[in-house]
Design a protein around this ligand. Structure first.
Ligand code: RIB
Ligand code: CA
Length: 310
């Protein structure tokens, strides 16, 4: 059976890095490119992190393209308090053994979508600036998009403000472009990703594998868990972005409901909030599969099996 072509658009970022490892290990997915976007850290830093990660796992064959360095409208926001100054603090990462494409990531996304003989799945795990820019620049690509599995937003939660999740908060205008596009979207929000809890037990399982990439993932989770303890009072690391990849691999690992999602782009108090119409009170047509519940056991086994392949 032919593999599903995917593009991962990301801002590595500890959980982005683990999402990439999951995607690259799975026989069902063919990662056509890793595109980077401002977010957890500045564009140069997240691009460097993507190159370092791929170098660490011997996958310098995967094209990396750097995209937008700032949101469509809002001022840039980064998250050093979460991911550190490098954006991937914690593990010792190798120097990149290759360079990104000379092509802007938006053009990479457009090129792949225009030339793929099979519809392409997009898995954005950072702010949606690149995806929105591609849709605005080349609306024709919509016909060759299989599905968008995005990590972002929430039904009831917020981690950047009390009601807004970081990826959407950073570029709500881009999110609005995506959610109003009419494309098939699955929204993997905080309500689900906070169920993707990795803690000491999972770190011990990874260390016991005693393989370089397993140790790398253990180092990533250890740092991320320290962040979540300090900033949010959690005693675990939620692997937000890896859940979006898991749903692309096995739709159903996250239970979803078709609901209407809108994005707040003006109110100072609720800027970046995803407004999920749980009961259909707006009468507006549902535009996304919204994640509710994660099969954590299945997710954990999928992740451990993936890491064991490196
Ligand atoms: O809110 C979680 C999201 O913000 C994740 O994608 C994480 O990597 C950060 O980008
Ligand atoms: Ca991310």
């Amino acid at each position: 059976m032919s593999r599903q072509p995917v593009i991962i658009d990301c801002d590595p970022g500890h959980d982005d890095a683990i999402a990439i490892l999951l995607a690259l290990s799975h026989p069902q997915l063919e990662v056509k490119a890793i595109t980077t976007v401002h977010g957890n850290q500045t564009l140069p830093k997240v691009t460097d992190n993507a190159l370092r990660l791929l170098t660490a796992i011997g996958r310098t064959d995967i094209p990396v393209a750097a995209g937008c360095a700032r949101p469509l409208v809002a001022a840039p926001v980064t998250a050093p308090e979460i991911h550190g100054e490098s954006g991937l603090d914690g593990p010792n990462m190798p120097e990149p053994a290759f360079r990104p494409l000379d092509e802007h990531a938006v053009n990479t996304i457009i090129r792949i979508l225009r030339t793929s003989d099979r519809k392409v799945t997009l898995i954005p795990t950072g702010p949606l600036t690149n995806i929105a820019a591609a849709l605005l620049k080349a609306p024709d690509i919509m016909t060759n998009i299989e599905h968008i599995y995005l990590m972002g937003g929430a039904i009831h939660e917020g981690n950047k403000t009390p009601v807004a999740e970081f990826n959407i908060y950073v570029d709500p205008h881009a999110a609005k472009v995506v959610f109003t596009s009419g494309l098939p979207i699955t929204m993997i929000g905080l309500d689900v990703t906070h169920q993707a809890r990795m803690g000491e037990e999972e770190i011990a399982r990874l260390r016991a594998m005693d393989r370089p990439v397993a140790h790398l993932v253990a180092d990533l989770i250890t740092f991320f868990m320290g962040t979540y303890r300090r900033v949010f009072g959690f005693d675990y690391a939620p692997l937000h972005d890896a859940v979006a990849v898991a749903q692309a691999i096995a739709p159903g690992i996250v239970a979803t409901r078709r609901l209407h999602v809108d994005v707040e782009t003006t109110s100072p108090l609720t800027f970046g909030q995803t407004i999920v119409d749980l009961y259909g009170v707006t009468g507006r047509e549902p535009n996304a599969n919204v994640g509710f519940r994660l099969d954590r056991d299945a997710f954990l086994e999928m992740l451990m099996a993936a890491i064991a392949t490196y």
